[in-house]
Write a protein that binds this ligand. Structure first.
Ligand SMILES: Cc1cc2nc3c(=O)[nH]c(=O)nc-3n(C[C@H](O)[C@H](O)[C@H](O)COP(=O)(O)O)c2cc1C
Length: 389
């Protein structure tokens, strides 16, 4: 591995990637009423390269899944048809794209719920007032009290993931990523700082892992393990997602995924882990793990434990990405904010060109152009990628 860098080709399950730079999943709130629109086809196509790998923004698995304005869904036919156009535009540029399946759980509000109901979670306890939810009118509100899912509602939720995965494949996606990170529904089951259940989904670490494992298994059996990625963030406390022992929790999930891969007779596509230095929202999400060295060591431990493709995310620059690949600390590196502002990030990294700066103000607005498809390419919009990318 020592002579590998971000531009060394890589085989991820059945997919031949020409480089290691991945578009991280990013909510952009441009899908009016939950339906992907043409600007999204342009946005994703702009960030596509031959043999590149993109992960879509978090995409709702049901009508109870949203916690941001205008996020896309993949649970009805109109959404599937609209996504198909986005996926086709990415495939036309030669990239591979997975759909990130998302349920926010208690990180929602009555305004985003059918009939103004309370959001659903592993618990009846709300997210603390340290955090605020973005409302449809751009204001911020406190998170309301959720309702804990009962046993049969948990099985329904697994079914929503399964059906959404099938829909994603019908829309032409090459695979799906299960969003088990950042304090959303699956993380609300994993973390002992949130999960206060006394049934078989709470208490022991094995019980807390049960929901994510059921989801992964159901989805993998429906569309094939090699089309399924899983994202976790055991050491990130975003939205109060704290755990008393993040290293152990990470290893527990990883050991179970390894075991599931043996059971299914095939590896999953990848495991995607967010590094504790993740600061996407402007606050420090440093977890409680101390220094950068300790954080890197933690990621290394998980990387070595997982038997399959490992993607890192969170605060990576070109140099840090090069180093992570060269040191064998990751197979692929996903980039978020740098990719928002630099549609041709792959080319810029290749030739070590200067980068555009991102504007946080337009991360979650609805304009189909401003802060979305209007970030400049290096040399005008017709910039061609070198043929060896
Ligand atoms: C605007 C924005 C939206 C995001 N939305 C999602 C999302 O929908 N799903 C997800 O798993 N992570 C999401 N993230 C986290 C990113 O995938 C990524 O891990 C994070 O930005 C750290 O990487 P970076 O330092 O390269 O930006 C989001 C980040 C940003 C900045």
């Amino acid at each position: 591995m020592a002579d590998s860098d971000l531009f060394t080709p890589y085989r991820m399950s059945k997919f031949d990637l020409s480089h290691r730079i991945v578009l991280a999943p990013m909510t952009r709130c441009r899908a009016l009423g939950g339906i992907p629109r043409p600007a999204m086809a342009e946005y994703y196509a702009q960030r596509s390269t031959p043999g590149g790998f993109l992960i879509s923004e978090g995409t709702m698995i049901s009508d109870t899944a949203a916690g941001f304005p205008h996020v896309p869904g993949i649970y009805n036919e109109e959404q599937v048809r609209a996504w198909k156009k986005v996926v086709d535009s990415v495939h036309a540029k030669g990239s591979i794209i997975f759909c990130q399946l998302w349920h926010v759980g208690r990180a929602s509000h009555q305004v985003y719920q059918p009939g103004g109901a309370a959001p659903l979670s592993s618990t009846n306890e709300p997210i603390s007032q340290r955090w605020r939810i973005l409302m449809p009118d751009g204001s911020h509100a406190i998170y309301p009290k959720p309702i804990a899912l009962n046993h049969s509602e948990i099985q329904d939720m697994v079914e929503h993931y399964r059906r959404s995965a099938i829909n994603a494949i019908r829309a032409g996606f090459d695979g799906i990523e299960i969003h088990g990170a950042h304090g959303y529904l699956i993380d609300q089951f994993l973390k002992d700082g949130i999960n206060d259940r006394t049934d078989e989904y709470g208490g022991s670490i094995g019980n807390r892992c049960k929901f994510v494992l059921q989801v992964v298994k159901a989805v993998a059996m429906a569309i094939g393990p090699d089309r399924v990625g899983v994202r976790i963030s055991p050491a990130i406390d975003h939205l109060d997602a704290m755990d008393s022992d993040p290293p152990k929790l990470g290893l527990a999930v990883i050991e179970r995924l390894n075991q599931l891969q043996l059971e299914l007779g095939s590896k999953l596509a990848y495991l995607h882990v967010t590094q504790p230095r993740y600061v996407a929202y402007g606050q420090t999400e440093a977890g409680r793990l101390g220094s950068e060295d300790e954080e890197a060591q933690l990621m290394r431990t998980w990387r070595r434990a997982y038997q399959g493709t490992f993607i890192c995310s969170g605060g990576f620059t070109r140099e840090l990405g090069m180093k992570a690949i060269a040191d064998g600390d990751a197979d692929l590196v996903s980039y978020g904010r740098l990719f928002i502002a630099n549609p041709d990030l792959v080319l810029r990294f290749k030739i070590n060109a200067p980068l555009n700066k991102y504007s946080r103000k337009t991360f979650y607005t609805q304009d189909p152009v401003v802060g979305y498809t209007d970030y400049p390419f290096l040399d005008g919009r017709k910039q061609k990628l070198p043929s060896n990318l």
